[in-house]
Design a protein around this ligand. Sequence first.
Ligand code: ADP
Ligand code: UDP
Length: 237
Amino acid sequence: MEKASELYSGKAKSVYASEDPDRLVLLFRDDTSAFDGEKTAKLARKGMVNNRFNAFIMQTLESAGVPTHFEALLSDNESLVKRLDMLPIECVVRNITAGSICRRLGVAEGMELEVPTFELFLKNDALHDPMINDYHIRAFGWATDEEVVRMKELTFAVNDVLKRLFADAGLLLVDYKLEFGRFEGRIVLGDEFTPDGCRLWDAGTRKKLDKDRFRQGLGDVVEAYEEVATRLGVRLD
Ligand code: ADP
Ligand code: UDP
């Protein structure tokens, strides 16, 4: 499948039209960014690692009954996906405290939560992705009540599948962000699931193996992503 015109270039991926109007090509670039685009860098191999990692996770989720946009790996850096009408909403689940919840609630990093939390953010870099709730979504018409219920249900279903998958590889799934869109009238998981959009710690040492290595200047960013991929059995050439 040939990719045609570029439709959108985001901070880490570019989106192209394909021969099929209902399918897109996602190109995973080596670019990385943090703090809503304030800190950026190019990290060799990251695009390839994330493309293959994402394909593995999306296929795992699809097999577990979570509808995803993923269709096929096209090359090292490209995947074919369903063209979704994306909702401007980020769904975040946390199992362990880290990142913004520590700043917002003044809690220490690394607390195991009694039950996972579910949070909603508006996808808007200029506003630094403000936290919202289901009333804002309803009031501004960003999604219907049924869609919010479905996104929440799917986001927790992802937690059940991936917590176990990562635990079997000696990893803690600390938190993650998901984006959904509409396809033929139903809610489908879009975007990506990679160490760029989740936190993963080694279960024994709690070493960070995700994008916090970039955010916090810890080094060996792509090496950490590759370690996670290797532990899961993701093929990287
Ligand atoms: P950002 O836009 O946050 O900088 P990326 O660099 O990852 O992020 O860009 C990818 C863009 O593609 C995002 O805006 C995302 O919402 C969008 N996207 C991801 N999957 C799909 C899809 N299946 N259909 C349409 N758009 C998608
Ligand atoms: N996240 C993301 N994109 C965003 C915001 C958050 O992928 O625009 C992910 C982030 O990597 C982490 C989870 O969502 O795994 C929770 O992020 P948090 O709210 O703690 O914000 P952060 O401090 O990471 O900016």
